[in-house]
Design a protein around this ligand. Structure first.
Ligand SMILES: CC(C)(COP(=O)(O)OP(=O)(O)OC[C@H]1O[C@@H](n2cnc3c(N)ncnc32)[C@H](O)[C@@H]1OP(=O)(O)O)[C@@H](O)C(=O)NCCC(=O)NCCS
Length: 268
C-alpha cells in the first residue's frame, strides 16, 4: 500500500480548527492534520512565544500512525494543508531530534525558537492552599472572570466587557480601578481531554513585581475546575525560559514535561 492509495478527507471545522484525515481503502485512519489560528490576546509582551508569532500565523499539527510512516503520508497531508491555509505562516512545535523535526527540515521549515511545555495535575494541588493564595488580594487589585468561546482574535479587554456564557475558555484577570493589570486564560477542547491548555499568566508592565501573575494563575486554576469539573490537568505550552513566569508556575505545581523546538514555514 502506498500513500497514493490514501484519500485525504477534510473534516468539518471544529472550534475554528481545520482538520484532515488520511484514510486507507478499508477506512483506517492512517494520519491526521490540523491547522489552528495562533491565539494572540493583543498584548505583544506576553511571555509566551505562541503570542509573539507574527499575526496571521497558524499552528500546524500532523500525526501519522507509526506503522504508516515514511510512505509519504505526512507529506501529502502537509501539501493539503498548504493548499488550504489562508494564513501566511505555519508554525510547528516538535521535539528535538524527533521524526517531526526531520520532517520539518525536509520540508523547508526554519527553526526559530525553543519552547517548553509544563503540566499541572489537579490532584497535586492542595485546594485549601490554593484558596488562600486566591484570597490574598494584593491591595488595590480586584479579580474578574469571563467564560465563553474564544473568538479568532480575542482581546482581553473586550472579552471582559462582554457577558459570560458557556464556552471553551475561562479568562481570569486582575484590574486596578478598571485598568487591566494581569490575566491568564485556559482553553478546553484544544488538547485531549481531560487536559486544558493555559496561556499566560501575563502581567502588564506597570503592574509587575507584585506577584499578580501568581495570583491570577491561582485564581484561574480554581475557576477552571468550577466551570469545567471534568478537567484534571492543565498544560501551559511554549513558555519561554522567563524566570518570573516559570517561578510562578513552579510555585503552583507545574512541572516540565517536554522541551520543544518551534519551526516556521512561510507560505507563498
Ligand atoms: C512527522 C510525521 C508526521 C511524518 O510523517 P510521515 O508520513 O512519516 O512523513 P513522510 O513519509 O511524508 O516523510 C517525508 C520526509 O520527511 C523526512 N522524515 C520523516 N520522518 C523521518 C524520520 N523518522 N527520520 C528522518 N527523516 C524523516 C524524510 O526526509 C522523509 O522523506 P523520505 O522518507 O523520502 O526520506 C510522523 O513521523 C509523525 O506523526 N510524528 C509524530 C508527530 C510529529 O512529530 N508531528 C510533527 C508536528 S508538525
Amino acid at each position: 500500500m502506498t500513500e497514493h492509495s490514501m484519500d485525504i478527507v477534510a473534516l468539518p471545522d471544529h472550534s475554528g480548527v481545520s482538520r484532515w484525515q488520511a484514510v486507507a481503502p478499508r477506512g483506517f485512519v492512517a494520519g491526521v492534520a490540523s491547522l489552528r489560528p495562533v491565539v494572540s490576546f493583543g498584548h505583544e509582551f506576553l511571555p509566551d512565544p505562541a503570542q509573539t508569532v507574527k499575526p496571521g500565523a497558524a499552528e500546524l499539527s500532523l500525526y501519522v500512525e507509526p506503522e504508516w510512516r515514511r510512505r509519504g503520508i505526512g507529506s501529502r497531508l502537509l501539501a493539503t494543508v498548504r493548499a488550504h491555509a489562508t494564513e501566511p505562516l505555519l508554525v510547528a512545535d516538535v521535539a528535538a531530534g524527533s521524526p517531526g523535526e526531520a520532517f520539518c527540515l525536509r520540508h523547508g521549515f526554519r527553526h526559530t525558537r525553543s519552547g517548553r511545555h509544563d503540566l499541572l495535575t489537579y490532584c497535586d494541588v492542595h485546594q485549601a492552599w490554593l484558596g488562600e493564595l486566591v484570597d490574598a488580594e494584593p491591595p488595590g487589585y480586584r479579580l474578574t472572570h469571563w467564560t465563553g468561546d474564544l473568538p479568532r482574535a480575542p482581546r482581553v479587554e473586550e472579552l471582559l466587557a462582554s457577558p459570560s456564557r458557556p464556552g471553551n475558555a475561562v479568562l481570569t484577570a486582575a484590574d486596578a480601578d478598571g485598568d487591566l493589570a494581569a490575566y491568564a486564560v485556559a482553553v478546553v477542547g484544544a488538547l485531549s481531554p481531560p487536559r486544558a491548555r493555559q496561556y499566560g499568566p501575563a502581567v502588564l508592565p506597570d503592574h509587575r513585581g507584585r506577584r499578580l501573575g501568581l495570583w491570577v494563575n491561582a485564581a484561574l486554576i480554581q475557576r477552571l475546575r468550577e466551570v469545567h469539573p471534568q478537567i484534571d490537568e492543565i498544560e501551559a505550552a511554549r513558555a519561554l525560559d522567563d524566570p518570573h513566569l516559570l517561578a510562578a508556575r513552579e510555585h503552583l505545581g507545574f512541572h516540565l514535561i517536554r522541551r520543544t523546538r518551534l519551526y516556521e514555514l512561510v507560505l507563498p
